[in-house]
Design a protein around this ligand. Structure first.
Ligand code: HBI
Ligand code: FE
Length: 300
């Protein structure tokens, strides 16, 4: 047991303030999940978060997400073991989870995705952080991201995204790709039957945003448009003011994998980024938000 950490806290490397907010940065190394070191409090945090979110997500998350979560065999009983999740993923889509301390630099992250490896933060938040955490922990990563990796089409999208990221990095377009990730993988909505449903990991792992993104009249909900999304600024430390709605995972995959993105990048270089919360005349607006939430904050 002497090789295990004495407590289940992450090893931070440095912190950075950026135009998007506060960003913690960690070592890029892959680490073993120190499963035996999780405390009863850690498992209890998992249980509380799991039960609360599952209950909230039935009827709000897309059926594909809920089915995928069931297929992964996740329960509130204990923090899942990467080994057991990997056995299921390997068979389903060939993805592998690797343990990490937290956020990785973009290139390292793209490299993992392009090789069908998903980096998962091994540590879990403290009991006083149930409602909000400004960086990924194992609940966000495993509960939020891992399920859709068993979905064959979404699994291919994630790999295509990583490959696109590596190409974009060579063309100096990492920011555009980061926005695509943000507004799909993290904060995406999808049309499901006649309804809007959640699938983004940043939403489905957050109690407050699971309600806000789908039930609240404040934010705009806009039909997904790849070029528009790649121009859209975002904040990492508050609810979104714009959500983008895809028609299907097939459509998302087709637009990003089969498309020639270089003409888009050429246009992006000459265009201004679009501010958080703005609507454009060309937007396909599914719901024009009241922006009451954003205005309330500005006047507070
Ligand atoms: N690192 N571990 C981890 N998980 C992420 O979701 C992640 C990351 N590094 C960068 C990043 N996401 C985003 O900036 C994407 O746009 C690439
Ligand atoms: Fe995430």
């Amino acid at each position: 047991m002497s090789s295990l950490p004495s407590d289940t806290s992450p090893n931070r490397v440095e912190h950075q303030h950026t135009d998007k907010g506060y960003v913690p940065v960690y070592t890029t190394a892959v680490v073993e999940q120190p499963w035996d070191a999780y405390t009863p409090v850690d498992h209890d945090v998992w249980a509380q978060l799991f039960k609360r979110q599952r209950e909230l997500l039935v009827g709000r998350a897309s059926d594909a997400f809920l089915a995928a979560q069931d297929a992964m065999g996740m329960t509130p009983d204990a923090i899942p073991k990467f080994e057991e999740l990997n056995a299921i993923l390997q068979r389903a889509t060939g993805w592998t989870l690797v343990g990490v301390e937290g956020l990785l630099p973009e290139l390292t992250f793209f490299e993992h995705l392009a090789n069908r490896r998903f980096p998962v933060t091994w540590w879990i938040r403290k009991p006083e952080q149930l409602d909000y955490l400004e960086e990924p922990d194992i609940f966000h990563d495993v509960f939020g991201h891992v399920p859709l990796l068993v979905h064959p089409v979404f699994a291919d999208y994630m790999q295509a995204y990583g490959e696109g990221g590596l190409r974009a990095a060579r063309l100096g377009m990492i920011d555009a790709l980061a926005r695509l990730y943000w507004y799909t993988v993290e904060f995406g909505l999808i049309r499901d039957g006649g309804d809007l449903k959640l699938y983004g990991a940043g939403i489905v792992s957050s109690y407050g945003e699971s309600l806000f993104a789908i039930d609240d009249p404040s934010p705009n909900r806009i039909g997904f448009d790849l070029e528009r999304v790649m121009r859209s600024l975002y904040r990492i430390d508050d609810y979104q003011q714009n959500y983008f709605v895809i028609d299907s995972f097939e459509d998302l995959l087709q637009q990003t994998r089969d498309a020639d993105l270089e003409p888009i990048y050429d246009r992006l270089r000459d265009q201004e980024a679009i501010d958080v919360g703005r609507l454009l005349p060309t937007d396909r607006i599914l719901h024009a938000g009241t922006q009451a939430y954003a205005h309330g904050k500005a006047n507070a």
